[in-house]
Design a protein around this ligand. Sequence first.
Ligand SMILES: [Zn+2]
Length: 178
Amino acid sequence: MLKNIWKDPVWSKVISAAFLWLITLGYAYVKSITDSISIKQAVSQLSEPRVSVLQILLGITVILFLYFVIREIGKPIESNGKASIYNDKQTILMRLNKVEYPNEGVLFRWQVFFDFNGNPFIDELDAYCTKHGSTPLRFIDNSCSVRDCSNSQRQVDFNATKNQLESELIDKWEKLNN
Ligand SMILES: [Zn+2]
């Protein structure tokens, strides 16, 4: 949501101005406490030329810091034109989200996510039966819901399957990064 805002130059100007106001008000608030004066006095003091060189340097440092932070946030948008938070290797890995076992008549679909350390993991793993026409039919309660289907006679072990698929995913991830 925030990333989309930065695409629009008008919005980014408004937000920059709001940031500056927040910094000014924050500084005035701290100054009003430390100098035991009202916020109004602190703000009017800020607009007087008595502001020290140190304060100006501090202000420039804060603005530069925010500029670089905002630029880093906006980077993925500039590089590929859409608000992707994933890099190229992550995108490749995220496409590995299904596998079919034709002999078993089973298809697995899942989503690839990345944890805070950047390691991939699998979630939303679902099994589908491919023995009923062109559209794979999702399992209900670990097996095919169609009577007399061979996949309704046995149950998928989701924990073991997830572990195996995730192990393969981690292996591919390591090879991508070496
Ligand atoms: Zn079936």
